[in-house]
Design a protein. Structure first.
Length: 309
């Protein structure tokens, strides 16, 4: 498969019901929930996070609302293609404005459009979290006909003056990569104690379970660094966000230390008619206690999008 590699066993792929499709030079791994033919909803996850960041129960909750839900691994994470030939970027240089990235968020948005083609979806309601929100925004800008509604969660516009991380969050973001499974589990706990939601229960067992499953599926710190490079080299999307005309919901935690809530506010201001739900006590994660309301709000947005078609 050209210079790209897969980090998955066939046994694991079959057990988890994962399907694969080729999108250009990469393979994208995805899973679906619900009934084919129902209203399509695509979930786009963020930096360093596999599709498991959209928990099964959360996905089933959306499917129970009459949605055909698809979640997927972005390039360089999970069971999708890893760009091993590109090596690890010099993140320090990128932070200072030098260096280059192996690919851009625009490329990742094009991957997403290619997945829609493979699913035979002419368009879908798109939900993105963190980097996934950036990708979803880019998809709506680059392929407006493919997006029926947009939900941007704990994300930002690319404007460096908004959405910046707190110093403590930078510390966990740039901490040395885990080398073992045990280190990966502890790293997840340590990270979300800093960037998670202080107003909601800290579910350490669930977090450790997800971190263990993620490590077993694929552990690739260089791939995560390449995703980060795509974020660091992206242009400010603000002027183009004004071109988005579909119903848009912005969800952001008031206590988000990784992507400051100013990023969500700026996203709302940039997209005409966008609605902001600023959640007290929420940080940079999706607390289980919020799943019912998040599901309800996404479903309401989907209904608005369908009525507008």
């Amino acid at each position: 498969m050209s210079h790209y590699s897969r980090r998955a066993s066939v046994a694991a792929m079959e057990h988890n019901g994962v399907q694969r499709t080729s999108v250009g030079d990469v393979e994208i791994a995805y899973e679906s929930f619900g009934t084919p033919g129902d209203t399509p909803l695509l979930l786009v996850m963020g930096l360093a996070t596999q599709m498991l960041g959209w928990p099964d129960e959360f996905c089933r909750g959306l499917a129970d609302r009459g949605l055909h839900v698809v979640r997927f691994d972005n390039r360089d994470i999970g069971l999708s293609s890893h760009l091993d030939h590109a090596g690890a970027p010099d993140v320090a240089a990128l932070m200072s404005g030098a260096g280059s990235a192996a690919y851009s968020l625009a490329d990742m948005a094009d991957d997403t459009a290619g997945l829609l083609d493979a699913l035979d979806w002419d368009s879908a309601h798109v939900v993105g979290a963190s980097m996934g929100g950036m990708i979803a925004q880019s998809l709506a800008i680059r392929h407006p006909q493919r997006v029926r509604s947009l939900t941007s969660i704990m994300s930002t516009t690319g404007d460096r003056s908004v959405g910046g991380p707190a110093e403590a969050a930078l510390g966990v973001l740039f901490a040395p990569a885990a080398r073992t499974r045990d280190e990966a589990l502890q790293r997840a706990v340590d990270t979300y104690r800093v960037i998670g939601s202080p107003g909601f229960e800290f579910d350490e067992p669930a977090l450790r379970d997800r971190a263990g499953l993620s490590f077993d599926r694929a552990h690739d710190p260089a791939g995560v660094a390449r995703q980060l490079a795509a974020i660091l080299t992206t242009d400010d999307r603000t002027p183009h966000l004004g071109e988005i005309s579909v119903p848009t919901l912005v969800i952001h935690g008031a206590q988000d230390t990784l992507v400051d809530v100013s990023g969500g506010r700026a996203t709302t201001a940039a997209i005409p008619g966008a609605e902001l739900w600023e959640v007290e006590g929420m940080g940079h994660d999706l607390p289980r206690a919020l799943w019912p309301e998040i599901t309800e709000r996404i479903t309401a947005l989907v209904e608005r999008g369908e009525a507008a078609r």
